[in-house]
Design a protein around this ligand. Structure first.
Ligand code: COA
Length: 499
């Protein structure tokens, strides 16, 4: 290591001492990939020590998206977090948000970097990043996530680098870092093909801002994905049949890229696409690249994948190390304001596939709030992609909690994606394509194709009641009954009426 950098080497514990009460940390990390793993637990330890001494200590934490237990878990349990932005998925943090201990700003992920640069959010005072290399000129090579890290590095006064040797120097070159100019002088973002590179492979920072370098050797703490369940494969099967049908009818131009959301269903869809002999090779213009990218590579079905995070389970992180150059020729990582940018999603004609918690018969989707109130994870990039996609698709099992909850309801209890943005819905029961339909036809179609048989008659009855009694026949919502499924669940533990 160059002597100028060597002087900044310290332990995670020493680096944590540089964090003070009220700091705003802008950290790397996106869907459990590329987040700093060493310093945050030491910040948590410092918080406990200060709290025990009766002194205040709390910080705000901005990231790309969710991080692992070392960060979101440790900091939450130490009561060290006051404000969290913009997405999370840790059970302890989720509880703290829902019991009011942590303030949470759930933002469209493409907005975050500009929010920070424009001063809509408090300026990050410290950037804390997981990197594979840092040079004497101040070139920081990020690890497995792009997130909003470049903007945090540029905005922060102090930078702490976790220099992580797990992936090795071979990882350099995965990133394409580009920051758009501020409005109204913004030029076009010149991505015309999924693999276009428009920036540089590192973030350049003034070296005097780097206050600490902490050496680590730690893989991402991703959770292993389960083998796809029967229900996930059934949903994936409906979707793939639909895509083949669309291609056959000339409505799915060859080469339109796919975006696939987080979790098991999304992974199962890509794995099914990979195995489907009639589906041609695909490009991904997406946010999170999961293990299934290897299914596509193994079946020679991947043309190229652009994302902001490479979220791989441990066996696939090991495989990445072995096949670094092959993967680098097929995958690149961008900052999330670019991977999720409306201009590019619209231009490329992305087919967006995301998961809903619940959706309603008129086509509104709730991805975030259980019973309208309890925050699950956050909207993530689902809004960025859905609103701008060529073909927005929402998937969900038709029921949750062993059948006590219907994912299809008369009216969603919280709206993340409204009926004007949505087009295709898929459950294990079937697929509803509601493009161009009026609200009543949409409702008939969605109920018929997507509802679980236990709930279908109830939804039909609600719609027919609305057509007779609602104040308008256009969208026959009956306000006094619109939440009867949710109310019944709150009162009796099931959305099904007592028989
Ligand atoms: N009401 C109440 N709870 C529900 C529910 C509903 N309608 N639907 C599902 N749930 C519960 C499940 O029972 C489960 O709870 P449990 O873990 O206690 O059993 C939990 O929600 C997660 O359900 P699961 O089926 O495992 O969902 P998932 O892992 O596929 O995640 C979302 C689904 C919606 C939570 C997730 O996709 C998400 O956070 N989406 C928003 C962000 C996003 O789309 N990101 C990608 C953009 S690129």
């Amino acid at each position: 290591m160059h002597p100028t950098l060597q002087k900044k080497l310290m332990t995670a514990e020493e680096a944590a001492e540089l964090i003070v009460d009220g700091d705003v940390i802008g950290a790397s990390g996106f869907t459990l990939s590329g987040y700093p793993k060493a310093v945050a637990p030491m910040i948590a330890r410092k918080a406990r020590r200060l709290h025990d001494a009766g002194e205040p200590f709390s910080i705000s934490l901005y990231t790309g998206a969710s991080t692992g237990d070392e960060m979101d878990g440790e900091l939450t349990r130490a009561n060290a977090l006051s404000h969290r932005v913009p997405y999370q998925s840790h059970p302890d943090l989720r509880s703290a948000i829902n019991n009011g201990a942590v303030e949470f700003s759930d933002l469209h992920l493409s907005h975050v970097a500009q929010y920070v640069r424009s001063g809509f959010l408090k300026k990050p005072t410290v950037a804390l990043v997981d990197a594979v290399d840092v040079t004497p000129e101040g070139h920081i090579y990020l690890s497995t996530s792009g997130g909003s890290t470049a903007s945090y590095l540029l905005m922060a006064d102090r930078i702490i680098v976790e220099l992580n040797s797990y992936l090795g120097n071979g990882f350099k070159g995965f990133h394409d870092v580009f920051i758009p100019k501020a409005p109204p002088m913004r030029e076009r973002i010149p991505i015309y093909k999924v693999d276009d590179r428009i920036g540089i492979p590192y973030v350049a920072v003034p070296t005097d801002k780097i206050v600490a370098i902490v050496e680590t050797n730690a893989p991402d703490g991703t959770r292993p994905l389960k083998e796809p369940a029967e229900i996930d494969l059934t949903i994936a099967g409906h979707l793939v049949e639909f895509l083949k049908h669309e291609r056959h009818h000339g409505r799915l131009p060859e080469g339109v890229p796919f975006q696939s959301g987080v979790g098991n269903v999304a992974n199962a869809v890509l794995a099914t696409l990979a195995r489907e002999p009639e589906m041609q090779s695909v490009c991904l213009y997406t946010e999170v690249i999961q293990d299934s990218v290897f299914d596509l590579i193994d079946h020679d079905k991947l043309i190229f994948a652009s994302g902001t995070a490479l979220t791989l389970s441990i066996p696939f992180q090991e495989r990445l190390k072995r096949e670094m150059e092959l993967i680098k020729s097929k995958v690149l990582l961008r900052q999330q304001e670019i991977s999720n940018h409306p201009e590019i999603i619209r231009r490329l004609g992305v087919v967006a596939m995301n998961t809903a918690l619940e959706f309603d018969i008129f086509g509104n989707v709730n991805s975030t709030h259980v019973l309208g109130s309890h925050m699950m994870n956050g909207i993530g990039g689902s809004g960025d992609f859905t609103r701008n996609a060529y073909l927005p698709i929402f998937m969900s099992p038709s029921t949750a909690r062993g059948g006590a909850i219907s994912s299809l309801v008369p009216m969603v209890s919280h709206v993340d994606h409204n009926e004007h943005s949505t087009k295709i819905f898929v459950t294990e029961q079937g697929l509803a394509d509601v493009r161009g339909m009026s609200p009543v036809n949409r409702a008939r179609h969605i109920i018929e194709r997507c509802a679980h048989p236990d709930y279908r008659p109830l939804l039909k009855e609600y719609l027919e009641y609305g057509l007779k009694h609602a104040p308008s026949r256009h969208t026959p919502v009956v306000l006094s009954r619109a939440f009867e499924f949710h109310l019944r669940y709150e009162q009796t533990g099931t959305m099904l009426p007592k028989s």
